[in-house]
Design a protein around this ligand. Structure first.
Ligand SMILES: [Zn+2]
Length: 386
C-alpha cells in the first residue's frame, strides 16, 4: 500500500435560502473544514477542492425559517440521508459477514442468523428514525429557536414575509419509506426462518455436527477434534463411520457411508504451513426415517495424508484421527431444509435490504429536489492552509 496524502480546505460562505413555506429569505454563515485524500498531494488537494465546491453549492446547515418555522426540505434530507446510509451500510456489511461466516462454517447457522438479525435490526431502527424524522411538527417552537439565532447573529433575515397558515409538506413519512420498512421486517423474518422452522418442527440441534440438524438422507459434517499442519494447508482424508447402536434402528450393518476432504498436490508447494481441522461427512441412511428424537452413537475415523516440508521439497505424512459422537436425529432431510432456509433467508434479506436502501434514499433525492435553490455567496478567496 502506498502513502495516503490528505489535504484540508476551509470553506466559508454565506448561504441564502428562499423558504418553501413563506417565500421569505434568510441567510447564515456556512463554514466547513473539507478533508480530501489521495495517492499524491495533488490528488488529495483535487479531491478536497471537488468536495469543497460541492459543499459550497449544495451543503446546508440546519436552521428553521425564522419567519414561519419551516425547516427546508434539503436540510431535512441531509439528516434523513445520513440515517439511511448508516442503515444501508450496516445491513449490507453484517449480512455479508454473516453469510461468509456461515458458508465457511466458522460460525454455526444460528450464530450467523443472529449476527444478520442484529445488523438488519439496527438498520431497521436507523431507517425508522430517518423515515419518521420530522422537525416541522412544532413550527412555533422552530420560530422561537431561529429568533434566538437572529439575536445572536447566527441567522439573518434577507427578505421579510407575511407568514400565515403555513403547512408543512416535507417532514415525516413517504410511501417509499413505508415499503422500505416493510422490507426490513420481512428480512428479519427471513433471517430467523431456520430457527422458526426448527421450533415449529421440533428439530434437534447438535453441537457436534454442521449443520446442527440432521435426519435420514442428510450429510452432516463432523469435525474431528484434531488438526493437521501441512504445506498450503493441503490434506486429503479417507473416512469411515460406524453407527454403534445400528441395531436400535433395525439396521443390519453398522457401517455408514462417509467421505472426507479430496485434494491433490504435486510438483512445487509454497513453503507456507497452515493448520486444518480434520473432518468427515457421514451419509445418514434412509432406515433412520423413523428415528426422530432418537440418538445415534457414531465412531468416526479419518486417515489423513498431507504434505510436510522435507529436504528438496516435501514428503507426505499420514495420521489417524478418531472421534466418538452422538447425533440426535430429526425428521428426514430436516438438515437440508434447515440449511436451505438459512441460505435462502440470507439471500432474500440481502436483496430486500438493498431495495429498502434504494427506496429510502430515493425518498431523500425527491426531498432535495423540493427545496428552492440556495444562493451561496463566497467570501473572498478559498485559501489553502495545509
Ligand atoms: Zn418561511
Amino acid at each position: 500500500m502506498g502513502t495516503t496524502y490528505s489535504a484540508t480546505i476551509p470553506v466559508q460562505c454565506l448561504k441564502e435560502h428562499a423558504c418553501v413555506g413563506c417565500q421569505g429569505k434568510f441567510s447564515y454563515l456556512f463554514t466547513r473544514n473539507i478533508k480530501g485524500s489521495g495517492g499524491t498531494q495533488e490528488a488529495a488537494m483535487a479531491n478536497a477542492q471537488r468536495i469543497a465546491i460541492q459543499e459550497t453549492n449544495s451543503g446546508v446547515d440546519f436552521h428553521p425559517c425564522p419567519m414561519c418555522g419551516i425547516v427546508q426540505p434539503d436540510m431535512i434530507a441531509t439528516i434523513k440521508s445520513s440515517r439511511f446510509w448508516l442503515g444501508l451500510a450496516v445491513s449490507c456489511a453484517t449480512l455479508l459477514l454473516a453469510t461468509v461466516l456461515g458458508l465457511s462454517q466458522i460460525a454455526r447457522i444460528n450464530v450467523s442468523a443472529y449476527i444478520a438479525f442484529a445488523g438488519v435490526g439496527f438498520a431497521f431502527i436507523s431507517y425508522f428514525l430517518g423515515s419518521f424524522f420530522n422537525p416541522n411538527r412544532n413550527l412555533d417552537r422552530n420560530i422561537l429557536a431561529s429568533q434566538q439565532k437572529i439575536e445572536s447573529k447566527q441567522l439573518m433575515i434577507v427578505e421579510e414575509s407575511n407568514a400565515s397558515n403555513i403547512v408543512d409538506r416535507f417532514g415525516g413519512m413517504r410511501f417509499k419509506n413505508y415499503i422500505g420498512l416493510i422490507c426490513c421486517i420481512v428480512s428479519l423474518v427471513a433471517i430467523i426462518s431456520p430457527m422458526l422452522l426448527a421450533q415449529a418442527n421440533d428439530w434437534h440441534l447438535n453441537d457436534s455436527i454442521y449443520p446442527a440438524v440432521a435426519g435420514a438422507g442428510d450429510r452432516p459434517t463432523i469435525y474431528l477434534l484434531s488438526k493437521v499442519r501441512s504445506l498450503e494447508g493441503k490434506w486429503r482424508g479417507s473416512a469411515s463411520a460406524e453407527l454403534r447402536n445400528a441395531a436400535d434402528f433395525g439396521l443390519r450393518n453398522d457401517i455408514v457411508p462417509a467421505t472426507s476432504q479430496v485434494s491433490k498436490w504435486s510438483g512445487k508447494l509454497k513453503d507456507k504451513q497452515k493448520t486444518r481441522t480434520v473432518w468427515a461427512q457421514v451419509v445418514l441412511p434412509q432406515e433412520l426415517a423413523d428415528a426422530n428424537g432418537k440418538v445415534g452413537r457414531f465412531s468416526i475415523s479419518v486417515t489423513a495424508r498431507f504434505p510436510v516440508p522435507a529436504v528438496g521439497g516435501f514428503r507426505d505424512e499420514v495420521s489417524k484421527h478418531n472421534r466418538e459422537t452422538e447425533i440426535r436425529f430429526s425428521k428426514p432431510h430436516s438438515g437440508k431444509i434447515y440449511y436451505s432456509a438459512w441460505l435462502f433467508g440470507q439471500i432474500a434479506a440481502a436483496l430486500l435490504m438493498l431495495s429498502a436502501g434504494v427506496l429510502h434514499l430515493s425518498s431523500v433525492t425527491w426531498l432535495r429536489k423540493q427545496a428552492n435553490p440556495i444562493t451561496p455567496i463566497t467570501m473572498g478567496e478559498i485559501d489553502n492552509n495545509d
